[in-house]
Design a protein around this ligand. Structure first.
Ligand code: ATP
Length: 565
């Protein structure tokens, strides 16, 4: 296909605002694309490379301005391009405002496209693709000059309409309203295949060009035959914010996991071949994370794709804050040195492929079983899951108390809290659906007076814990719940020192406190409850902090609690 034809079709899409019409234009474009269908299916979305391929053109706007300026003629400078950009606000408009034909004395000829200010030297979609691929591969000394030269060579052969869309393509600013859904629908319409099968093939391959071609040439059976490939990242399944209450209402039981505070990774490991690690955005991060590669080599003995998190750890293996992972995550240089400062370890919570089998459509519980067996490979195959290195545990429960305890353990171990997952759900790449929920603990917070506590047990025997919370009702204090969650040992020590002077009475482990200290407490819900003297109970209360600035007289009231319910 000539690039001028592509540009004209894209201009028609650009001028259209109705979604159905846009799909119809894209469908027609696909039907007419011939051998160039895979390239056209990417270009129309403003992609030069397939979504799974993290290759970039690696050119900044200035390189593009320079190439445009050179193609526009000897008396045009990159500054002029920038000035026009400031006026017009959009690089496509700027590129289209120059007459590129004159550079090589070809300006007298006209191109074949609808907009005929071109050079007559017919640029094809294939040539643009080949040149941009060559440009992306240029590296080392002089590569920026080479990039400008290649880009200049393309602009120099462009009509104004072609230049408009070439500039937008190169700077990833296509913006013609063609998203992933449009391409999916257009493929389905053009080649008469069901949308859901196109969708599945897209999720698995992350390659719109391949899917369009297979749909056209091999139909539904071809699409269904597209499988995950080791080395090609899949879009990560994402989570919505949600509450325990909602999760337990919707599912018979909830899958509960610790939420690790690190960076998402997808591991592709082939024991006989390569190990590659990708980020949540499908960028390759293998070289930055040698610990993950070593882990895979030591632990895994079959081809797998695993989804997980990489966490920074201190010398004892305890998790460090997220910022520490960032120091390692995309690092390209001095990895060994960075590793000495901060080391990382992977924790995996999902298995998308194992032993030649794709598992995306298998329920979470079965995927997790596979994950466990994959990670427990080797001599320790029968070990306790809690002992399996790199495994994120999955608990199944319908008991809110148990979920609260898992949350407390996660926080005590220095993690972020919990994830709630639908045990029966498939793995939906790229989806932020209801099947994965990051627990949103605090619907709101209340400032409560601490009126009691309990001495801890075991290693916490010298600390006060499980604090009784009350709100004001006139001159009285009425209890609303107990908080034990969200408090580290360090903090417990500090709170014990703070409350000790206010102990009014003790009986066994129970301590009565005179009202002196105010806690800010987050909660999920307020429920009517006979358990506490206020007649209400906070569900999932979580310690947020001490309100050193507030006296008990300034704590929240029963009236506010009633209004919040
Ligand atoms: P968002 O995904 O909403 O853009 P984010 O990337 O900051 O935001 P969160 O929403 O806070 O992440 O939580 C989802 C992320 O939590 C996942 O992408 C993953 O990186 C991380 N995570 C940690 N532990 C788990 C787990 N057990 N299961 C799934 N994701 C987990």
């Amino acid at each position: 296909m000539e690039f001028a034809t592509f540009a004209d079709r894209v201009a028609a899409i650009d001028a259209e605002s109705a979604d159905l019409e846009i799909v119809a234009h894209v469908r027609d474009l696909f039907e007419d694309a011939g051998d160039d269908l895979p390239v056209v299916a990417r270009f129309v979305q403003g992609r030069v490379f397939p979504a799974w391929d993290s290759t970039t053109l690696d050119i900044g706007p200035n390189t593009c301005y320079e190439a445009i300026a050179r193609a526009a003629g000897t008396n045009v400078a990159a500054d002029d391009v920038e000035e026009r950009l400031a006026e017009r606000g959009e690089i496509g408009d700027v590129a289209a405002s120059y007459d590129f034909g004159g550079q090589q004395g070809l300006g007298a000829f006209t191109g074949g496209g609808g907009d005929s200010t071109g050079s007559g030297d017919d640029l094809t979609v294939r040539e643009v693709d080949d040149t941009l691929t060559e440009l992306a591969a240029a590296e080392g000394a002089g590569s920026q000059d080479r990039k400008v030269d290649l880009l200049f060579g393309l602009f120099n052969r462009c009509s104004s309409s072609e230049a408009r869309y070439l500039a937008r393509l190169v700077l990833s600013e296509m913006r013609i309203g063609v998203g992933e859904g449009t391409v999916r629908d257009a493929i389905a319409e053009a080649f008469e295949v069901p949308e859901d099968r196109v969708e599945r093939a897209l999720q698995v391959s992350n390659d719109y060009g391949q899917v369009a071609q297979v749909a056209r040439d091999e139909g539904v059976s071809g699409l269904d035959g597209i499988e995950l490939e080791l080395g090609r990242p899949v879009q990560a399944m994402l989570a919505q914010a949600g509450t325990v209450t909602d999760a337990l209402e919707e599912w018979d039981e909830a899958g509960v996991e610790w939420k690790y505070d690190g960076a998402r990774i997808q591991l592709h490991h082939d024991p006989g071949g390569q190990t590659r690690v990708f980020s949540r955005n499908m960028e390759e991060v293998t070289d930055a994370l040698p610990e993950v590669v070593e882990f895979a080599a030591e632990t895994l003995d079959e081809p797998v794709i695993l989804d997980g998190e990489v966490v920074a750890i201190d010398e004892d293996g305890s998790p460090l804050p997220f910022q520490e992972v960032l120091k390692r995550f995309r690092r390209k240089h001095d990895v060994a040195k960075a590793r000495e400062d901060v080391s990382v370890r992977p924790v995996f919570f999902d298995c998308l492929h194992a032993g030649g089998e794709d598992l995306l459509e298998v329920p979470l519980t079965s995927r997790h079983e596979r994950l466990e067996s994959v990670l427990a490979a080797g001599p320790d195959r029968d070990q306790d899951p809690a002992e399996v290195d790199g495994l994120s545990l999955l608990w199944l429960t319908d008991d809110p108390g148990e979920i609260e305890a898992i949350d407390a353990d996660a926080l005590a171990a220095g993690h972020e809290g919990i994830m709630l997952k639908n045990p029966d759900s498939a793995y939906s790449p790229g989806r932020r659906g209801k099947n994965w929920r990051k627990r949103k603990p605090d619907v709101d917070t209340l400032d409560c007076v601490v009126t009691g506590a309990e001495w801890g047990e075991g290693r916490r025997a010298t600390f006060l814990g499980t604090f009784e919370l009350s709100v004001r009702d006139g001159d009285e204090l009425e209890t609303v719940g107990k908080v034990a969650t969200g408090i580290t040992d360090e903090k417990l020590e500090e709170l014990t020192e703070l409350l000790d002077p206010h102990i009014a009475a003790e009986e066994g482990q129970n301590v009565e406190l005179e009202p002196a200290v105010v806690f800010e407490v987050g909660y999920e819900e307020i429920q009517a409850s006979p358990t506490y003297s206020s007649g209400y109970a906070l569900r999932f209360p979580r310690f947020v902090g001490v309100r050193y600035d507030k006296d008990p007289e300034e704590a929240d009231t029963l009236e506010r609690l009633r209004n919040l319910q």
